[in-house]
Ligand binder design. Structure first.
Ligand code: ZN
Length: 221
């Protein structure tokens, strides 16, 4: 791999207060190859998704880089009690293999559950874990985490009535995950909610993706 693509960033852990370094990918080195219908991106060369989780080597707290500082007093207490108490120091700095990235994402999922993060945030982590298994060609584990992501997205749809800004995205991804998991009847129902959504004029790309998903189900019959 091109070592120039990586750089290290100094991070302060919000749980234990100690500093550590995490490896990041330079934006200029990120090259998108293709995008799957569930938004999974395949990259040429280095995959920046592998480095999107920070793991504190001192206490074991892990989260997506964007959410790393988002933890309250109760969350810290839960991480210290359930994570740090059994944590043996491990450092995920430097180049990461798919396997190491999976460990990082699973730690982040565990911490997100301890923090009682929103279903949509748990869903994002589950979906990314499914993609890492896709990159590893492990179909069985991929499906297991697609199902976990689907369950969380449905919970997000049912509970988060306050945030409708990305409702069409949510409806689409639920339909698409149903389709991938072989539940055609449910997928069609969710896709039709996308196509008939009141904001459909603003989201032509999602509409065409939903139509494509719908069409592929018809062709399978
Ligand atoms: Zn820490």
């Amino acid at each position: 791999m091109d070592k120039e693509a990586l750089y290290t960033k100094e991070i302060k852990c919000p749980v234990c207060g100690r500093n550590f370094t995490s490896t990041r990918v330079r934006t200029s080195s990120i090259k998108v190859e293709t995008r799957d219908s569930d938004f999974c991106v395949h990259y040429k060369g280095v995959n920046p998704m592998l480095y999107d989780v920070y793991v504190c080597p001192h206490c074991g707290y892990a989260a997506l880089a964007d959410h790393f500082d988002k933890i309250d007093v109760e969350g810290k207490k839960a991480v210290l009690q359930n994570m740090t108490s059994s944590w043996t120091s491990r450092d995920y700095g430097g180049e990461r293999t798919l396997e190491q990235a999976l460990e990082c994402y699973k730690l982040a999922l565990l911490c997100a559950q301890l923090k009682h993060d929103k279903p949509s945030e748990l869903a994002t982590l589950c979906l990314r874990i499914a993609w890492l298994y896709r990159f590893s060609n492990d179909e069985q584990e991929e499906r297991r985490f697609l199902q976990a992501a689907l369950d969380e997205y449905i919970a997000a749809y049912e509970r988060q009535t306050d945030d409708n800004s990305n409702e069409m995205n949510l409806l689409y991804i639920i339909g698409e995950l149903c389709r991938r998991l072989g539940n055609a009847a449910q997928a069609v129902q969710w896709f039709s909610r996308v196509v008939n959504h009141k904001d459909r004029e603003d989201n032509p790309l999602l509409i065409s993706m939903a139509r494509e998903g719908w069409q592929s189900i018809k062709e399978m019959k």
